[in-house]
Design a protein around this ligand. Structure first.
Ligand code: ADP
Length: 268
């Protein structure tokens, strides 16, 4: 039957994938997609075979972050071919799979009920022809809703870990602690937390200041047993990097943003 066939297909794909990393944030807009793209690109720069699965149904931005705006994919007998992102110094292209490649146009909103979302999660892993990968980075939708539960169920028994993204702000932090609880309840190992938008350097005086106060973050995370891996500054290079379609860790590998991402990449 259909369900059985689907399950076999997913298992066959997963059998070829080493480490799966779910990049999670409970709150939207904290930089989860930015972290996903840069960690994926950073791993690819170390010659790993890397895939990026964009599971953020309502905001599928990985197509933009890797420069594939407007691109579409067609089903072949091996499945949906992911887009292959190449860049100088990268040995194996980053394979990007996104709902954006299957939409009629880039501004089509997704209005799906849960059953469709559930199906899409299966397609994302099972229908894309990922091929052999060392890492599959999954850019999760914000929150601990259906999509997360579906994926966590689907990936059970495989080498899966969570990487959390947050801003230092209290409201984001409270949300991150919910994600931590989810992972702990599901026995999903947590690689650590990336603190994004932590500090800005003034372009004039080079002085550093904080837009989001970091007051309770470190203490709350360590009380929950989760390591803070790194702090990524708010930066023009990062916001424009996502618009130009080349992750900053590749376009400016010696810049402060790339250096800030390095510990998170190393932790994977
Ligand atoms: P999420 O996936 O959590 O919704 P995104 O990664 O899409 O968040 O980031 C939201 C927006 O903020 C994007 O437009 C992105 O380019 C920008 N952004 C994220 N992190 C930074 C940063 N550290 N500095 C500047 N802009 C950032």
């Amino acid at each position: 039957d259909k369900g059985h066939h689907e399950k076999r297909l997913i298992e066959a794909r997963l059998a070829d994938i080493g480490q799966i990393i779910m990049v999670m944030a409970n709150k939207g807009g904290v930089g989860k997609s930015t972290v996903s793209a840069n960690v994926a690109a950073g791993l690819a720069a170390q010659d790993y075979h890397v895939g990026v699965a964009d599971a953020d149904i309502h905001g599928p931005n990985q197509s933009r972050f890797f420069g594939f705006v407007g691109e579409r994919v067609r089903l072949s007998n091996k499945g949906l071919p992911p887009q292959a992102f190449t860049y100088k110094g990268i040995k194996h292209p980053v394979k990007v799979g996104s709902l954006a490649f299957m939409m009629q146009s880039d501004d089509t909103p997704i209005v799906w009920r849960d059953a469709y979302k559930h199906d899409f999660m299966h397609h994302l892993i099972g229908s894309f022809d990922w091929g052999p990968l060392d890492f599959l980075i999954i850019d999760m939708p914000p929150g601990t809703g259906n999509e997360l539960i579906t994926l966590a169920d689907m990936l059970e028994g495989h080498d899966v870990a969570a990487l959390l993204a947050t801003t230092p702000q209290e409201v984001a932090l409270m949300d991150s602690l919910k994600a931590v609880r989810f992972c702990q309840d599901r026995k999903l190992p947590i690689i650590g937390v990336v603190e994004n938008m932590a500090g800005v350097t003034c372009p004039h005086c080079r002085g550093e200041f904080h837009v989001f106060p970091r007051s309770h973050l470190a203490a709350a995370l360590s009380a929950a047993g989760v390591e803070s891996l790194t702090q990524i500054p708010l930066s023009l290079a990062l916001s424009s990097g996502s618009d130009t379609g080349v992750p900053v860790v590749l376009s400016a590998p010696k810049g402060p943003e790339a250096l800030a991402f390095a510990p998170a990449i190393a932790a994977c």
